[in-house]
Structure formats: C-alpha cells, structure tokens
Design a protein around this ligand. Structure first.
Ligand code: 2BA
Length: 108
C-alpha cells in the first residue's frame, strides 16, 4: 500500500476530489498553506493499493491546473495588494505529489 500526498490549488480541489472518489479512492482533504506564497492550498491524503497509484496520479494530473499568481510583497502581507505594490508573478504548478510506502493500515 502507498500513501499519496498531493498538494494542489484550492480552485482544483473539488474537481480532483470528486474524480478520485468517483473511482473509489478514499481521500482526506486538508486545508493547508504554502510556505512561500502564504496562501491557502489543499493537501490530499490518499491511501491506495500499489496497483492503483498510477490511476490516482493520472486523475490528479488531469484535474490540476498550473497558474500564474501574484507574489505578495512584504508590505502587503495580511492586508492585500494595493496598486503601488510590486508583485512579481509566480508560476504555481498543477500538483506536487509525494508517494510514500505504508507499513500497515488499520481501521478500528
Ligand atoms: P508555496 O510554498 O506557496 O509555493 C508557491 C509557488 O512559489 C511554487 O509553486 C513555486 O513556483 C514558488 N516557490 C516556492 N518556494 C519557492 C522558493 N523558495 N523560491 C522561489 N520560488 C518558490 P509549486 O512548486 O508548484 O508549489 C506549490 C505548493 O506546493 C507550495 O506552495 C507548497 O505548499 C507545496 N510544495 C511544493 N514543493 C514542495 C516541497 N518540496 N515540499 C513541501 N511542499 C511543497
């Protein structure tokens, strides 16, 4: 068994989660925050049989979209961007996926 940890953008979380559950994957959705942009993102935990990991990856890839977003400046943190703030664009990938081996999984 494997544990898939997928960090995706909030805007894609509904599409990714519903596509995974439609195909019988079990998914836990966490509200997380990226350390660089300090903006909300979504982390999915998916416990999967080894032979299903590839299919889960295909679904995550299909429904996760890369986007450019504005990087907050030091002055705008917690207040939002204003016209005169310099805000370089950052390319945020569609999904960052980690796949970990699972020693055992139990439900009590
Ligand atoms: P954030 O940390 O908010 O990063 C958002 C985007 O900012 C990143 O997109 C990347 O383009 C850029 N970025 C991040 N750290 C940077 C740095 N130290 N210097 C320059 N640019 C940087 P992605 O790479 O697609 O990452 C999207 C989100 O996935 C990240 O949000 C973070 O929450 C997570 N993530 C990505 N790689 C990770 C890793 N190796 N370990 C843990 N979380 C990761």
């Amino acid at each position: 068994m494997k544990l898939i940890i997928a960090i995706i953008q909030n805007d894609d979380s509904m599409a990714v989660t519903s596509a995974l559950t439609r195909e019988k994957f079990y998914v836990t959705k966490l509200s997380t925050t990226g350390g660089f942009l300090l903006a909300g993102n979504t982390t999915l935990l998916i416990g999967s049989e080894d032979d299903q990991v590839g299919r889960a990856e295909e679904i995550i890839q299909k429904f996760s979209n890369a986007r450019n977003t504005l990087q907050p400046t030091k002055d705008s943190l917690g207040k939002g961007l204003r016209d005169n703030d310099v805000a370089p664009e950052v390319h945020v990938g569609g999904a960052t996926v980690f796949i970990l081996g699972v020693e055992s999984m139990k439900k009590y």
